[in-house]
Design a protein around this ligand. Structure first.
Ligand SMILES: O=c1ccn([C@@H]2O[C@H](COP(=O)(O)O)[C@@H](O)[C@H]2O)c(=O)[nH]1
Length: 231
């Protein structure tokens, strides 16, 4: 594994293993990590993890587990056994669920980073109201981040807009993994709580998750280089 210092995590949201590997082959494991999400993993299964690990990449398996404690503990163990660098659960699965996941990884001495999704970056206040949460995304993120921190998780997924508050509360070592990153040249699409790469880093994001601004660019490598120049 490379000793990775770049904050960049490129989201390989592709519908086939071939397409994902075609992008991975243009990327350098010394310059970024890769994220495998629901579509690619559902289509290709663990083979994609093996292929990316074989190319020297550290992989964030972004399956956002959300189930009863025993089921989630088993799922994070399965991810850790496949050697992923990072795995995540939904913080709204609750304290006992997060604790079960934490304890399972610790019991087996896995070093896999375990983080919790707070409020999806595609959501804004009105979306929360529609699912019965009469609060702002910021305060809901804070509430769920507190629960994640108390249960010993390594950090959270949040928007970069909330990163500086979480750094004040829980310090730099508590990971703030932030999707919803939009360089000036990229379209917002379905994301709502967004910042540019430079703004996100300045706000205290520890890792920037970037998908379509790179993968949908006419020249993905030029897009990535433009982002790196901005950091
Ligand atoms: O709150 C969240 C949690 C996860 N994601 C994931 O990050 C990438 C973002 O991709 P873009 O193309 O840069 O929008 C994607 O894989 C999401 O599943 C998120 O966006 N927000």
């Amino acid at each position: 594994m490379p000793s990775q210092t770049s904050p960049l995590i490129i989201a390989l949201d592709y519908s086939s293993l071939d397409a994902a590997l075609c992008m991975a082959d243009q990327l350098d494991p010394a310059r970024c990590r890769l994220k495998v999400g629901k579509e690619l993993f559902t289509r290709s299964g663990p083979a994609v993890l093996e292929a990316l690990h074989g190319r020297g990449f550290e992989v964030f398996l972004d399956l956002k587990f959300h189930d009863i404690p025993n089921t989630v503990a088993g799922a994070v163990q399965a991810a850790a056994e496949q050697g992923v660098w990072m795995v995540n659960v939904h913080a709204s699965g609750g304290r006992r669920m997060m604790l079960a996941a934490r304890e399972r990884l610790d019991a087996q001495r896995f070093k896999t980073q375990l983080i919790a999704v707070t409020v999806l970056t595609s959501l804004e206040r009105q979306d929360l109201a529609e699912v019965g949460l009469d609060t702002t995304p910021e305060s809901q993120v804070e509430r769920l981040a507190q629960l994640a921190q108390q249960t010993g998780l390594d950090g959270v997924v949040c928007s970069a807009q909330e990163a500086s508050r979480l750094e004040d509360l829980y310090g730099k070592a508590f990971l703030k993994v932030t999707p919803g990153i939009r360089p000036s040249f990229a379209r917002q699409a379905d994301q709502r709580r967004i910042l540019t790469p430079a703004q996100a880093l300045a706000a205290g994001s520890t890792h920037l998750v970037i998908g379509r601004p790179v993968t949908e660019a006419t020249d993905p490598m030029a897009a990535l280089e433009a982002i790196e120049r901005e950091l």
